[in-house]
Design a protein around this ligand. Sequence first.
Ligand SMILES: Nc1ncnc2c1ncn2[C@@H]1O[C@H](COP(=O)(O)OP(=O)(O)O)[C@@H](O)[C@H]1O
Ligand SMILES: [Mg+2]
Length: 608
Amino acid sequence: MSEDNNSNFSWRIFYKNFNHLKDGSSNDFNKKSYDDLDKPQDFNHKPFKGSKDKESDLYLTDDDFSLEDNGGSFESRFHDDSWDSFLDEDSFESSFDNSFNGNFSKGTSFESSFGDSSLEDDSVKTTFPDGDIIKDGLPGDNHLDGKFSSIYSVKNQGFTLKEKTLLNNIRNQLVDLAINNKETKEIARFDDIKDMLKLSLDGSTSEEYINDLSRRFYEYINGYGIINPLVNNDDLEEIMVIGSNKPVYVYHRNYGMVKTDIYFNDDEEIIRLIDSIARANHRRFDSESPIFDGKLKDGSRVNGTLPPISADGPTLTIRKFRKDPFTIIDLIKNNTLNSEIAAFLWLCIDGLGVRPSNIIISGGTSSGKTTLLNALAALINPKERIVTIEDTLELQIPHDHIVRMETRLANIEGKGEINMDSLVKNALRQRPDRIIVGEVRGSEAITLFTALNTGHSGFGTLHANSGRETITRLINPPMNVPKIMISAIDFILIEKRIYLPDGVNYRRLTELNEVVGMEEGTIQLNKLFIWNPLNDSFKNMSLSSKTLEKLEDFSGLNYKNLEDEIKRRKLVFDIMAKNNLRSNKVLTKMVKMYYINSDRVLRDLSSI
Ligand SMILES: Nc1ncnc2c1ncn2[C@@H]1O[C@H](COP(=O)(O)OP(=O)(O)O)[C@@H](O)[C@H]1O
Ligand SMILES: [Mg+2]
């Protein structure tokens, strides 16, 4: 049982950070904050700058580490993270950077919001605006049946016949150049392209045209050809090529499914593109292997098919990897869940360091399971060691101490496969505090549940549509988890993709189930929250949570104390959401600081 997780190490930290709960004497600040909860509009809206004057409030002092016997523990390592960096000006993103306000960011240059270079996209980026939504279709577009009345237009992507000839010449010249220089690097240089172009064009050609064409050639050659601008736009969830002479479709976050004005002229061009992606994945794509599954350099998932498997021509489907991942604040802001549920989950995930909860997130394809898992995992105490296991690296948890593992398919000779189960087994030898399994679907489930039953904590996602169905799937083949082990999970969250007639989809956390134990051979679920589609809100369905009751036993706090702590965390999320403090950077800092001194985080936030 996960109750075995109890260990004494956390008490020290616990007392230090949650003193206000233990002695029941919430300080004035807390009291004020609770009173304010009902009227969040009362938050003083002064810019944060002013509070920098209060020097003494902004830096951790020795007093903050004064609880005796912290034995050089992890807290002191944060000593130099000056406090004001938690809310520095970078934190306040302009609303234009945010895709949730209906604005649609056209720039395609992104920086990964946290410093893991392996997550950074080294595909070709551009700072030029690459595409835009044009409402009501293109002039002359007669496919205006309502559904596709918007079109995603990519400027200047098509090449004229003359430009195509130039492009081919330049490609050949680049190959020669690479051979001459014995270069192995695959990226062609922008300047080389521009020089070659200048030489091929006559002197009267405008500089502007040369620059523009060089850029398009550069992107075409180094990136993903004519769909490169789509690959670069973080607002697109999916890119779909369904054959030549048909528009490429995209699924846009704010507009739903839309056509683009990009067309492949012939099947060969599509096949060449898929083939080049397949080669970069060390795989083949030809009549013998007509189905390709792999990744782009940025981690986006790619699927390609060839005729006759796909009847009407080659297809390419790219499920885009979000370069700036959703944070819990984003999900609160777009109402995937509310701040109360988020605060409750945060407390349970953290378990005050003494009893962390185990969570399964279920839902259909593309319902947002991985995204929610990612956002919740970001709330884990930074002192913990996380091991993640995935079929395709998708999780982007902004955590320092993390080991990411990925399964491997067998090679062409059928050897070398590393599956989920071996990775979960291996994770147990890596001394994890948390094991996070991207998608549980096979025999690894038993290994995972064995781990959860022996004191590890973990998260995972699973393909199922309800709490009941999740359990049915877990206890039946191919997962075969013994029923008795199921109660190692504390929560089953259900996420749904809600389809609306306008073609734009929403994700909602539709159920929050608590696993409360077994009765007469049936696993009992307690629905804590459900989503109400009538008014798009979340309803609390239960008076008490079994998980909080267990946490009472482990922490020595009473239920009221825990509820107060949830209110405090809710307040943190509310203020952050209200002020659009949504980036991974600021959230990570907040979480780090909250575990050190939660009062201070609240004080800083309340001064915004
Ligand atoms: N809560 C959400 N709000 C808006 N978009 C979301 C949300 N969750 C996921 N998405 C988007 O939906 C797509 C699929 O999400 P993902 O988390 O990979 O789904 P799943 O793991 O269920 O297949 C991604 O493009 C993602 O950015
Ligand atoms: Mg997923």
